[in-house]
Design a protein around this ligand. Structure first.
Ligand code: DNO
Length: 394
């Protein structure tokens, strides 16, 4: 079986470690969210978290994330100091036994959705991205010059209609749901801050951002290699251009370039099936085959793309990700790796619907990370694995 993980946002998470243990997870994906991006993760703080998890019978297997600061992404300001801190944080983590470290290189914002509570016919809710609604954000709230050129006439028309349908309060909510959902923390960003952050990318195109990633990896990946750790880049979510910004981790060819920057298992990929599945050109099983030696951790979920260009987060075994094939391939890679003395692949059920009793509670501070929906995902994937491993006919 793959190693079962569950994301935990630290002591402020509404989902307790006991609940995570009860879901059957063995390990936890977490971060020291209280430490500002770019600063050093000290060994004492890491060990304290390791101990806390241990007391609940859980292991801290994966760091999600050791954030890469905007200064590093843009190579401005304090980036040299941040890179030194990053290296030392990797060493400190490895000395505390944590060897898989997820990061992303998405400019400005982390993942983006336009609706955090999209209601499905069965009454549960999920996350959704609608390009027309995003156009409304860009054109009417952010007022990004040239934004209209990125959308079709139909999307622009829908954007206008959507925006007109919002009252003042809904506009504020809508804006917050796009720019204030950083993992595990609210940065308290306003529209002006986002404009200022975007301005820093005025002369950074995709080749330049890629070069920044390459320079970053050439510094930090050797340190990870020395420590036997794996840095794992998370795909862009969604895996296409937004806000006129360059995207460099969206498709197979991007990851092939990234892994070529430093040829070592220390330079790996966090295969997030859900993020990737929102890109119609991404064939996830094919990506797993091509990146097999560089996959140590995965996020398992799926999306359903709609003809209007939107997508919503489908059930873990539904939507466009062929989950049985994905899990079968991962199990094969793991079997080979373990036979050679390597580690198991650690996965977590990514996101989950708000459903059942979770719908009766105040909305979670971490959209997509309510308990019951993720527990359902974990149970489904666990059952799928058992079926593949022990079912007849194979
Ligand atoms: C969203 C997550 C991302 C991810 C980071 C990794 O739910 O998958 O926020 O943790 O992008 O750096």
């Amino acid at each position: 079986m793959l190693e079962e993980g569950f994301r935990w946002y630290g002591p402020k998470d509404e989902v307790s470690l006991d609940f995570i243990r009860q879901a059957g997870a063995e390990s936890v994906f977490t971060s020291l969210h209280e430490i500002p991006y770019g600063e050093l993760w000290g060994k004492d703080a890491i060990m304290e978290r390791v101990r806390e998890l241990g007391e609940h019978g859980l292991r801290w297997s994966v760091v999600e994330s050791l954030p890469v600061s905007e200064d590093i992404k843009t190579r401005t300001g304090d980036y040299l100091r941040h890179i030194q801190n990053y290296k030392q944080s990797i060493r400190n983590l490895a000395e505390c036994g944590i060897k898989i470290i997820i990061y992303n290189f998405m400019p400005v914002l982390d993942w983006i959705r336009t609706d955090l509570h999209w209601r499905l016919p069965d009454g549960s809710t999920c996350l959704r991205f609608d390009p027309a609604q995003f156009a409304a954000f860009e054109i009417y709230l952010l007022k990004r010059a040239g934004a209209s050129a990125d959308y079709s006439p139909d999307q622009l028309e829908r954007a206008e209609k959507f925006f007109k349908s919002l009252d003042a309060e809904s506009k504020i909510k809508f804006e917050r749901s796009i720019i204030d959902v950083f993992p595990g923390c609210s940065m308290g960003l306003g529209i002006e801050d986002v404009r200022a952050m975007l301005a820093k990318y005025a002369d950074i195109d995709a080749p330049k951002l890629r070069r920044h990633l390459e320079l970053f990896l050439k510094e930090v990946a050797p340190v990870a290699e020395e420590c036997g750790a794996h840095l794992a880049i998370h795909p862009d979510d969604p895996p296409f251009n937004v806000l006129g910004l360059p995207r460099i981790a969206s498709r197979l060819s991007d990851f092939q370039k990234i892994i070529s920057f430093y040829d070592s298992p220390a330079n790996s990929v966090c295969l997030c099936a859900g993020s990737l599945s929102a890109g119609p050109e991404n064939d996830i099983p094919q990506m797993i085959d091509a990146l097999a030696d560089r996959i140590f951790t995965v996020h398992l979920r799926s999306t359903q793309r709609e003809p209007d260009g939107s997508f919503y987060e489908a059930g873990h075994l539904e939507g466009s990700v062929p989950m049985p094939l994905v899990v079968e391939k991962l199990l094969k890679i793991q079997r080979r790796r373990v036979a050679e003395g390597g580690e198991r692949i650690v996965f977590r059920p990514d996101h989950g619907r708000d459903m059942a009793d979770d719908l009766l509670k105040p909305p979670t501070r971490n959209p997509g990370y309510s308990y019951i929906g993720r527990m359902k995902g974990l149970a489904e994937i666990r059952g799928l694995e058992r079926g593949i491993l022990f079912g007849g006919g194979r």
